[in-house]
Ligand binder design. Sequence first.
Ligand code: GLN
Length: 610
Amino acid sequence: MPPEVPGSGDTFLSQFSNSEESSEHFSPAPTGYVSGKTKFVVVIGTVMSGLGKGIFASSLAKLLQDKGLSVAPVKLEGYLNIDSGTLNPYRHGEVFVLDDGLETDMDLGTYERVLNQNLGRRNFMTAGQIYTDILERERRGGYLGRDVQMIPHVTGAVKMRLRELAMTGPNAKQVDVVFVEVGGTAGDYENGFYIEALRELAFEEGDGSTCFVALTYILEPSILGEQKSKAAQLGIKRLMEAGIQPHIIACRAKNPVLPKVAQKISMFSNVPMKRVFSMHDRESIYVIPDAMRCEGLDREILSLLHLHDRVDTAAEDRARKGWDAFTAQLAGTRDHRITLGITGKYAALRDAYASIDKAVEHCAVTLGAEVDIRWIDTSDIETGARAAASLEGADAIIVPGGFGMRGVEGKVLCVEWARVNRVPFLGICLGFQMAVIEYSRNVLGWKDAHSTEFDPKCGHPVISELPDQKRLEGIMGGTMRLGAQDVAVQAGSLASFLWKGATTVRERFRHRYEVDPTFIQQLESAGLVFSGRHPKHPIMQMLELPVKEHPFFIGAQFHPELTSRPLVPQPMFMGLIAAAIAQRDPTFAQSELGRRWVRSTSNAPSQPAA
Ligand code: GLN
């Protein structure tokens, strides 16, 4: 065993320095870090963004994870925001909240779903985070009179964070492989310092420690009707100009990449043909891992990084079985067909609701249903008749989360339609709050009920911002309640049925407003059941109607879509889709899946236990 040098970890790294003062070789590493233990796979895009880099990188990570290796992905964002919390979802896609409360971009959702692994703040880096750390340290005098520079300080901070991530493996061991996805494309101004940091990292970690994968794009203009490699060549050159020789080239393309095109790319980029892969469009993202394996991409990575002897083939067989069963179901016939109304503006890009879309897909595949999604813009729904016209024919309804006044009244009308017509309903975050408002107005008769987010002076502020409540949980005033929290589930409730009798579940939150406890008792006396609560404080986290009143009416203050995974679909979504199928096809309730997921008066206690 090489002696461990504090702060640099091993003999190899100790030829570099962990102090910016003493050497031009500045290579910071956390205490105990040993180079060579953790391997790095770096995915960098060329030619253009939007090639599905996140799906590519997560599928690759999955292949290695399946082999029993521990993996840790990280997305490097070039923007100056500290997190994605302030980004407009209609421009950038949804804000994906991690277990520890960090607001990140939708790619982290892809990693969590594909890897079935919870991620945290170490898995997401932005230029804003790096610069903030550096500038704060500068103000504290942390650089001891030195000028603070992009190299070595900024690149050093990036390397340090990557090595810290490497230290987060199971049982406090180093992970086998860190997967680094660089946001943007080679040549962008914003990500230049990340690419430089990765070049340095590869040099310092030594041969066989880092594998660079260039994800490129093969054009196939319809006027020519043939594949052209020039843009890909130029893109890869951009990377080589930055001092990075890719080991693997993955070519995104509409159709399988022709050998002569692959040969050109191989020739101009010094990458042998066996490492130039065609990553053409597939019918579904779920078949990509298998497609990569068939092409031998995983084997090349194992060879380049000398990882063959860490592979556990029995683990791989098990993992493949589960995933293959899912993809088989995906391709198989669907016995049921339902229409799901979602009150969101599809025109404003499906990416804004990516996790809901995925959660529905996971459940649809598992339950053998074809789900047609109807996106409903509620901003022009002003009357019950308009709501009915928009929702007519929908077998289930989701009112998702949101911020801002637009379309709020229309959402309340949609909840009313679902409740009165006994159409399966799932309210998420804002949708949960809308359900409380709807019940207050139409069942309790408080016509002036609202949320103080939209009408601060309303007569019945059933949803309010309650800083004192948040203080109970130690959340600072004004900020949102973010990240995973335990939810105590009421025994005998629909929620309890969906979670197989679990008394506590853990789900992720992102909200500022909540049910005002002053009104809880009256709402409950009028028949609304708060079946999920904060384990200690009067914070309402799930609501529902008894099954004798409504086949499936449930709401969550949290975001259930964030925790749904292909092989572990989220229970509330399963319940919703199953209830919709059962309404259409009563025999479904008697099937094995139906018995598991459809709540009926026969399998529900008459009165949920208090
Ligand atoms: N605007 C509401 C709140 O802040 C709901 C937020 C959401 O749906 N994510 O509480």
